[in-house]
Design a protein around this ligand. Structure first.
Ligand SMILES: C[S@@+](CC[C@H](N)C(=O)[O-])C[C@H]1O[C@@H](n2cnc3c(N)ncnc32)[C@H](O)[C@@H]1O
Ligand code: SF4
Ligand code: SF4
Length: 338
């Protein structure tokens, strides 16, 4: 049974001094898309992130990741974890008070975490993690015109949200919020999100339930960000080198090793060749294919240990001739060199 936490039972319609899309939206979004956001990430966020990586890798390091951003009491995260049992679902919220009211019994593929999404999204992005699905259920609308910069699409973290990829879904009871988000996403990706009226048969979260009970119109926006990911990183639709070359590295890059990148290479993914040499499993098979490579080569792939992949993988770039050789070997077209 889904644990239902009550918030106050009724709610007033969103009141705003804005009649439609904010006149400064385009200027603000274009500025954020063309500049890097450099606010330092807090130690608390880094610690929460490291804990999450350990949980996810410990459960199933190759499981896709679904993120419920601003999960509140985690009711929607729990529903998602049951709906997608082979994915790892992560609910993130900054409110300790809300998270403390989450259902105590959770499936193994669910983690709820306290963190500021402004940090958390950038940490995910920096580790090269890409989402399978990303949900934003009823983000705070910040409806006053002067609060544009507090809305996710008016915030400098927007480019990181876009680059996290996956199937993005955002729900709101304020249509203008989603119209603005749609416009910002179109500026960022060139794709037009779907925006529709939304009346679910069963509420997915306490806020959705409260707004339904109060007779509010509800709206949802959806956009498949995977095409954007692919155009920003050619490797996500390739994987040829991971199915062509041996990958050998020093044991100090294994998980827990002193030269491990991120969480390091999980021990199960590597063979010991000598006390000083490890090899990614599968890369010396015939035909070769690294055990960590998920997906279909030339269509959509992901490295299951991306954040901790060893140095030969980090040093191998699409600009190298060896990249073209691998692609030819696997029957993929040559990459246009810029
Ligand atoms: C209106 S509530 C919606 C909660 C839940 N998604 C639901 O539908 O019931 C918005 C949530 O976003 C969280 N939130 C807002 N800004 C955040 C941030 N920067 N980092 C993490 N959580 C944030 C708030 O703490 C709050 O729980
Ligand atoms: S072969 Fe080139 S494009 Fe393909 S995954 Fe490797 S580096 Fe990326
Ligand atoms: S560890 Fe990852 S990047 Fe390296 S060969 Fe394996 S799948 Fe490719």
């Amino acid at each position: 049974m889904i644990f239902v936490t009550s918030v106050s039972q009724t709610s007033r319609q969103v009141l705003s001094n804005q009649g439609g899309i904010h006149p400064d939206l385009e200027k603000v979004v274009r500025r954020h898309l063309s500049s890097a956001y450099r606010k330092p990430v807090s130690d608390a966020s880094r610690a929460a992130f490291a804990g999450m990586l350990a949980r996810w890798r410990g459960w199933n390091p190759v499981a896709p990741l679904i993120l419920d951003s601003g999960c509140g009491v985690g009711e929607s995260s729990l529903r998602l974890a049951r709906l997608y049992p082979s994915a790892f679902v992560l609910g993130v919220d900054q409110s300790a008070h809300r998270l403390a009211r989450a259902a105590p019994n959770r499936p193994d593929n669910l983690a709820l975490l306290r963190a500021d999404l402004v940090d958390f999204w950038r940490l995910l992005e920096a580790e090269g993690i890409r989402l399978e699905r990303h949900y934003l259920f009823y983000p705070n609308p910040w409806p006053k015109s002067e609060h544009l910069k507090r809305r996710w699409h008016g915030h400098p973290v927007l480019p990181a949200l876009v680059r996290l990829g996956g199937m993005l879904e955002c729900r709101s009871n304020w249509r203008v919020y989603l119209e603005e988000l749609a416009s910002a996403l179109e500026m960022a990706t060139g794709q037009k999100p779907a925006l529709e009226d939304w009346q679910p048969e069963e509420a997915i979260s306490p806020f959705e339930r409260k707004y339904q009970a109060s007779g509010h119109a509800l709206f949802r926006l959806r956009l498949d960000l995977r095409a954007t990911e692919a155009s920003s990183n050619p490797c996500l639709t390739c994987g040829a080198c991971c199915a062509s070359y041996r990958v050998d590295f020093h044991p100090s890059e294994l998980a827990g090793g002193i030269y491990a990148w991120g969480a390091g290479v999980p021990r199960d993914y590597a063979l010991t060749l000598t006390p000083r040499l490890m090899r990614m499993r599968g890369t010396d098979a015939s035909p070769p294919r690294c055990l960590a490579l998920n997906g279909e080569i030339g269509v959509r792939v992901a490295c299951a240990v991306y954040a901790g992949r060893p140095s030969p993988c980090r040093d191998f770039l699409p600009e190298h001739e060896a990249c073209q050789r691998a692609r030819r070997r696997l029957g993929l077209p040559a990459r246009a060199m810029t």
